[in-house]
Design a protein around this ligand. Sequence first.
Ligand SMILES: [Zn+2]
Length: 132
Amino acid sequence: MNQNFICPKCKGYLNVGESIVLSAETKTGAKGLIYFSPEIGNYTIKKNTNFVIEEGEKHDFFCPLCQRKLAADIHDNLSHIIMIDKDKNEYQILFSKIAGEKSTYKIIGESYEIFGDQKSSYLDFINLSLGK
Ligand SMILES: [Zn+2]
């Protein structure tokens, strides 16, 4: 893996091998770890089969290291982690907390890339936060 993913709060490393590991909680209070692909725009996840996530349900993601909520400032439906590429560039990665909603934003400075089928969902908020 050429890039690393870190917690915006404690700066701890969130990626292990070929996965990003986050802790998740559903609105009913069920908790589990979710393994995400480090390839942005790849929405394949791994989790315990007993940890059930309903399509369309909003859940919160937490850093498995410091336990703090990975909340994005710009919209309550988005979570936030940081990606550092092999050249040490730091990107803000925002992604939807709604299960099945594929909206991911990779932001550096005033430019961004968007990923996923529902990528336009929060574009207005991204532009607003960048002063566009
Ligand atoms: Zn943390």
